[in-house]
Structure formats: structure tokens, C-alpha cells
Ligand binder design. Sequence first.
Ligand code: ADP
Length: 312
Amino acid sequence: MSIASMKKVVKRYGDFTALDHLDMEINEGEIFGLLGPNGAGKSTSIRSLCGLIGIDSGEITVFGQRQDVNNVKIRQKMGIVTQEITVFSDLSAEANLRYFGSLYGLRGRELNENVARVLKFIGLTEHKNKRPGKFSGGMQRRLNIGCALVHRPKLLIMDEPTVGIDPQSRNHILESVKQIAAEGTTVIYTTHYMEEVQAICNRISIMDTGRVIADGTIDELVGRISHEDTIRLTAAMPSDALTEDIKAISGIKNVAVSGNEYTITSGADSGNLNRIMEIAMRHGGVSNIHSDKPNLEDVFLTLTGKKLRDEE
Ligand code: ADP
């Protein structure tokens, strides 16, 4: 069942079109990934979905209601985690959580219980009286996420929550997201890291220049381009005879040779890796062979001609 949708959403900043007839549908219970390079329009999509900014045309529906910048009722059932740390550095971890809980209307015992639950979940119970100024970057991030969880939102939106943090904290956050979803919260997760969506997301939309250029499960997206496998072979004794014998295998589409390196394009899942291996063994042996399966990076490259992210 749909929990949020964007239909033909257009958002302009002056002459610049940041969202260009964007369509997106998020189903209840899933971890939905929004993947795209910097500047694709991920934050703009998320901000309009949350009602933080208005749109020029199109329609946004959340929890079955039309979203707009004045719809406080929708916002109360959402949790929003932005890239920036939005906790108060002069309040303790616990006081921060209490503040955000009370903003969402929690009082008394309900507030106490939820603050204790979240402190445990983010692993900060022992540090609850400390101020975030004394925390590591990863701990600050966890508190930032905790503040969006105190009121048990039905929909949690996370905008690139792992940018600029160490791998251990990143893994902790990814594991937390899976747990939050397992406990019944729908999650929208934006990132420009393909590995993250591959690790946690059920379904994704890939965005570029304000549009969704492809959506589906990871298998569906990769399946769209995986008509071919690339097999890389380093021959011990390269020869024309070896090249001709490989070319003669059924399903082989191309063989490019450079020195002793053979780059072979074969129909996907044809079982040709073994056949190539047998032939190469007969022609003097193999010092290396492997087969590359496409991933989301290849999907993006195929659809846009660009790399998903700049070298960092
Ligand atoms: P992403 O989150 O994918 O990195 P953004 O949604 O932040 O992308 O930005 C999409 C595009 O819109 C970018 O080209 C950005 O420069 C532009 N943009 C974002 N916010 C504003 C703004 N307030 N005014 C003008 N341009 C903006």
C-alpha cells in the first residue's frame, strides 16, 4: 500500500528547474532508496515530500492526504533526519531527546519511556547526561537520528545520513535503519553511495537532473542491462588460435585482445566462463580469469553516460 507519492512534481528555483515532473511511489513497510549524484535533486524531493518547501506544480500525497507546507498533521507522523546535525550542543543527549519528543506532543510517562527506548536504541544510555559537544562524529549522528525517532514516526526520512563519517559508524547507522524498518517504520533513504542502497533498500529510484531515470528492485534494475557478462582472462600463452577458438563458442559476442589480456563479452548466464577456461587450458594455460556482473553503478553509467559520483 502506498504511504507517500509524488506525481509530476515540478520545483523551480528562479529559472532553474530542480524537479522536472518527478514521479515516485513509496510503499508502506519498505526501505525505499533514492539514489543519485550530487545535485540530482534528492534533497529537493525530500524537502517537498516533507512539506518543508512548496512546489510549482504536481501533487504530493502522504498518509493519503495532500501534502503542503501548512500540513502539520502529516509532519507529526514523520521523522526527518537531515545531513546537518540539528541537535543542541549545550543540552545533554537526554535533554535533546526530551525536547524533540515534547515538540511532537509527548508528555509525562510516554515521553520518559520513549526517550529511554531511543537512548538504548542509539547506544547512548551510558552517555545520556553528556552534551553532544563531547561526542564523536558518529555519536552525534546517532543522537541526530534518535531525535527523529522519539515520537515513533510511521515514516522516517533520512537525507544522506552517512556523509563524512567513518565506516564503523556508517555500518551502525545502516544496521539501525534495517532494525527501524523491521519494527514497522517505512524508511526513505537518500544517498549517492550505491553500496548503501544495495545493502539495505528493497526498492529504489535512481535520479538525475531532477528526474527519476529508473526505478524498481535492484535485481530488476540490474536485469535491464545485464544481457551481457564481461569475462577478463589473462592467458599464459596468447595466440590467434586461442582467440579464434574463444570466438567460436556459442553466445560469445566479442573478444578484444591486448597483449595477454583478453576481454570477452558473452551472453549473461551462458555458462561460458567454464568453456573459455577449458579452451585456454588447452592453449597453454591461464594466469587469471574473472567475470564481472553489472551493478547499480553500471546501470547509472548505461542510462546517463556519467559516473554516479565524483572521485572522492
Ligand atoms: P541533491 O540532494 O541530489 O544533491 P539538491 O536537491 O540539493 O540535490 O539540488 C538540486 C539542484 O537544485 C542543484 O543544482 C542545486 O544547486 C539546486 N538548488 C537546491 N536548492 C536551491 C536553492 N535554494 N536555490 C537555488 N538552487 C537550489
